[in-house]
Design a protein around this ligand. Structure first.
Ligand SMILES: [Zn+2]
Length: 308
């Protein structure tokens, strides 16, 4: 282990909401060329995922994903695409292209209906379909999962049993602070194992949160990511690194389409304001961040930090 590394091999087992967790080994990379932080995309169609779960998937997703692919090829970065199952079914050629271009393809649920409103049978069906649809389109094995709207909460931590039970090994579904819509206050920020029944375990890799004393700032994506001054955002990500954790950031294809909301004149104004905030500058902001900070796909980042 390097002198700079942080070994957590003998970390205590903690009990969280009835589950046991144990810190993962996590060693800061010494190789300057290694991707230290994960660039991830939740691939969904904004209208279907946020407004009407029964709406068909629109092929504007392809246009928006193309913008992301152009940005990634321009900055020489590869990423992890958590693809929603309904999107994989509707747009399999797009998913194939992601794999062909060297990106990692994983799962972002099937329907985008929140997991915390599902009973056990519905949840099992959801996550089985999530895995199969993306695997069928990608032609690769799908082993990492991110719940729609981070909908693994304190009230449905049992969902992790089902997620592991259908064959997922890595999970990024728990937002590790309480926010207005989701999250679990005080949850572990660094990668850790959740110990489940029957000897199963999941490697939980939360998205980036900047911790300053008792204050936690969600810098991984969403509103803060879009409106914080760029220098502050970059400092936050570097301070996650200094604290001994890889930063996992996330975005959505529609955030790269500043004019898309104009096509929906009847949206509630609150939704319009929250979704529209910072969108016009989003691509430029993300491009700059990718140039200044070494990002890569989640699998490579976990390897670089020797997470196990
Ligand atoms: Zn989503």
């Amino acid at each position: 282990m390097s002198a700079q590394g942080l070994s957590t091999a003998h970390a205590p087992v903690l009990t969280r909401g009835g589950l046991r967790t144990v810190a993962a080994d996590c060693v800061r990379p010494t190789d300057r060329s290694a991707p230290r932080h994960a660039f991830t995309v939740d691939v969904e169609d904004w209208y279907q995922s946020c407004v009407d779960f029964d709406a068909p998937i629109n092929d504007r997703v392809v246009r928006n994903v193309d913008r992301i692919l152009d940005m990634l090829s321009g900055t020489n970065v590869r990423g992890t695409f958590f693809v929603q199952g309904m999107v994989a079914e509707a747009l399999p050629r797009m998913v194939e292209a992601l794999v062909r271009e060297g990106h990692e393809v994983q799962s972002h649920g099937y329907s985008h209906r929140p997991l915390n409103r599902m009973n056990q049978a519905a949840l099992r069906d959801e996550v089985e379909r999530a895995k199969k649809t993306v695997e069928d389109a990608a032609g690769t094995s799908v082993t990492a999962f991110r719940a729609q709207d981070f909908s693994v909460l304190g009230s449905n931590l049992w969902a992790l049993e089902t997620i592991a039970g259908v064959g997922f090994e890595i999970d990024s579904s728990i937002f590790p602070m309480q926010s207005a819509r989701y999250g679990i206050g005080g949850w572990t920020l660094a990668p850790h194992h959740v110990i489940l029944s029957g000897g199963m375990r999941l490697l939980e890799v939360p998205v980036a949160v900047w911790a300053r004393g008792s204050l936690r700032v969600p810098v991984a994506g969403g509103g803060y990511f879009r409106v914080l001054p760029e220098a502050v955002l970059e400092r936050a990500i570097r301070s996650v690194d200094t604290a001994g954790r890889p930063a996992v950031i996330y975005c959505h294809p529609y955030e790269f389409a500043p004019d898309e909301l104009a096509g929906y004149p009847n949206l509630p104004w609150k939704l319009r304001v929250s979704q529209g905030l910072g969108r016009s500058r989003f691509e430029a902001r993300m491009t700059k961040l990718l140039r200044n900070v070494p990002f890569g796909p989640l699998r490579d980042v976990l390897d670089a930090w020797s997470v196990r």
